[in-house]
Design a protein around this ligand. Structure first.
Ligand SMILES: Nc1ncnc2c1ncn2[C@@H]1O[C@H](COP(=O)(O)OP(=O)(O)OP(=O)(O)O)[C@@H](O)[C@H]1O
Ligand SMILES: Nc1ncnc2c1ncn2[C@@H]1O[C@H](COP(=O)(O)OP(=O)(O)OP(=O)(O)O)[C@@H](O)[C@H]1O
Ligand SMILES: [Mg+2]
Ligand SMILES: [Mg+2]
Lengths: 257, 257
C-alpha cells in the first residue's frame, strides 16, 4: 500500500523542502518509487528537483481549484532520477485560500485529486508552505502520516504547539487516520549550545519525546550546495554528512512503516 | 516624521524577525524611539522581546478584526528596554484572511489601527509572516518603506521575484508611496561558496544591485543564542558580530532616511 506523508511545520526555513527532496531521493536509492506533491506556492520542491516553473504550465493548482483545466497527467513531471516524480506547484496556488473560501469540500480537494495515483507509488510525500492555512489543511486531509522537521532553534521548537493543535483539530474533524510518525531535529550543530539545548528539550518534553526519531539532520553545507545545483544531496555527493543523514532518515522511516 | 518600515520576504526563515528585533533595538541604542508591530501569527517578534503570549491577551488581532474588543493601548506593550515598544501578535491572527475576505477596506485595517501612533515614535517596524497573504498586504498598505532580508541561499534569492511583483501591485493599487529602501543579505558565511555565489548575484542582477545595502548580516551563533535568551543581540553581547552587523544596519538605515 502507498504511504502518504506530509512534511509540515508552520515555522519558516526549518528544512521542510530539503526533507521532502532528500528523503524522497534517499527512498528511491533504497529501491522505492516516490511521488512528491509540492503544495507550497513558492514551488521550491519543484525547482529544487530541476523542473522549471513557467507561467502557463500545469500544476497542482489546476487539480484543486475551480478554474483549473489541466489533468493530473499534465501536472505530473518525471525528474532525472527514475522512480522520483513530482506534481509541480505554481505561484497561482497562493490564491486558493480566498478562491475556495465558500467552496464545497474545500479541505478535500487534494485528497480527491491524487486519489488515482494512490497505489502507483510506494510513497507519496507532500511539501507544505510555512503556514497552517487551507493548503496545509488540504495536505493533512489526504495524508496518513506527518513528519515534522524541527530546527534546533527556539522559534522552531515553539511552533510545535500550534502545529500539534492543528493536527489534533484535523484528526477530530477531517481525517481521524492522520498520525504523527516522527519529529526530526534539523540544522543540528553539536558545537552550538542553542542546538544542544533544543535537542535536550525535544528529548525530555512529554509531548515530543515519544515521537523523536533517532536520525538527526545536521547543519551541512552540502545540503545547501545541492539545492543550488538542483539535485538531491544523495545524488549530489554520497559521501557527505547530508547524504548520510538523509539515508539514515529513509531507513528509519521505512522501519517505522 | 515617523518612518514606517515593513520587513518582508515570502521565503521562510531568512531572518525577518531577527531583523525586526535587532534593528529595532540597535536604533534605540542610537537614541531613537521604536515601535515594533508583530503581524505574524507565530508571534516570534513578541516572544523574542520577552513578552509572553497568553490566550486572552490583547493583540494586533483585536485592532484589525471585526471581532476585536481591545484598544490600541491594551495591545501596546513596553519591553525591558526603554524606547522599544511592541504591538503584540496572537495565534488568532491566522484567522484574519478568511474572516476579512468580504470585509470593507480589508487591506487598510492595520493602517487605520496604528494611525494614532504615527508621530509618537521615530520608527515603526512591522514584522510579517512568510507569505504574501492579506496580513502582509495590510503591512504593505500602511508602510512607507520595505527592507528585504535575503538569505544568501538559492531559494531565498528566487523568492525575490514574487515579492517584487507583489510590491509592484500594492504600489499600483493600494499604496503608491511604498518604496523598497533596501535589500540586506543575511546568514552570510564567506567560507561557503553558496553564500558567495548568491551575494554575487545580488550585486550584479539589474533588479537588485541598486537596492543592495552595504551592510551584510553574517551567520552568527550569538544572534540565535540571543533569541533563546529573549533579548536583542545589541543588548545581549555588544562585542559579537551580530551586534556589530545590526549596529551597522541601523546606521545605514538612518543615513538612507
Ligand atoms: N541540514 C541543512 N543544512 C544546511 N542547510 C540546509 C539544511 N536543510 C536545508 N538547508 C537550506 O536552508 C534553507 C532553508 O531550508 P528549506 O527551504 O528546505 O526550509 P523550508 O522549511 O522548506 O522553508 P519554507 O518555510 O520557506 O518552506 C534552504 O536554503 C536549504 O537549502
Ligand atoms: N544572522 C543569523 N545568524 C544565525 N542565526 C540567525 C540569524 N538570523 C536569524 N537567526 C536564527 O535563525 C532562525 C530563523 O530566523 P527568523 O526566525 O528571524 O527568520 P524569519 O524570516 O522571521 O522566519 P519566518 O519566515 O518563520 O518568520 C531563528 O532561529 C533565528 O534565531
Ligand atoms: Mg519549503
Ligand atoms: Mg519571523
Amino acid at each position: 500500500p502507498t504511504r502518504i506523508v506530509a512534511v509540515a511545520n508552520e515555522k519558516g526555513g526549518v528544512g521542510k523542502t530539503a526533507m521532502v527532496i532528500n528523503l524522497g531521493a534517499a527512498l528511491v536509492k533504497e529501491g522505492k518509487t516516490v511521488l512528491i506533491v509540492d503544495m507550497d506556492p513558492q514551488h521550491n520542491a519543484t525547482s529544487g528537483l530541476g523542473i522549471e516553473v513557467a507561467d502557463e504550465m500545469a500544476s497542482v493548482y489546476d487539480l484543486i481549484s475551480d478554474e483549473g483545466e489541466a489533468s493530473i497527467a499534465d501536472a505530473l513531471f518525471s525528474t532525472k532520477w527514475p522512480g522520483l516524480d513530482v506534481i509541480a506547484s505554481h505561484p497561482d496556488l497562493a490564491g486558493t485560500e480566498v478562491e475556495l473560501v465558500d467552496a464545497e469540500g474545500r479541505e478535500d480537494r487534494l485528497k480527491n485529486a491524487i486519489q488515482p495515483l494512490v497505489g502507483k507509488y510506494d510513497v507519496i510525500i507532500l511539501d507544505t508552505p510555512p503556514s497552517l492555512s487551507l493548503l496545509t489543511i488540504n495536505v493533512f486531509s489526504c495524508a496518513d502520516e506527518v513528519l515534522v522537521p524541527c530546527q534546533t532553534q527556539p522559534y522552531s521548537f515553539n511552533a510545535l504547539t500550534g502545529l500539534f493543535d492543528t493536527i489534533g483539530e484535523v484528526q477530530a474533524e477531517i481525517n481521524p487516520a492522520l498520525d504523527i510518525t516522527g519529529l526530526i531535529p534539523t540544522f543540528f550543530d553539536r558545537r552550538l549550545r542553542v542546538c544542544r539545548d533544543i535537542l535536550e528539550r525535544l528529548k525530555t518534553d512529554e509531548r515530543y519525546k515519544g515521537l523523536l526519531f533517532n536520525t538527526i539532520i545536521r547543519s551541512n553545507i552540502t545540503i545547501a550546495a545541492s539545492a543550488e545545483a538542483g539535485k538531491p544531496v544523495v545524488f549530489y555527493r554520497t559521501s557527505s554528512f547530508g547524504a548520510k543523514d538523509y539515508t539514515g532518515l529513509a531507513r528509519e522511516f521505512l522501519m517505522a512503516g
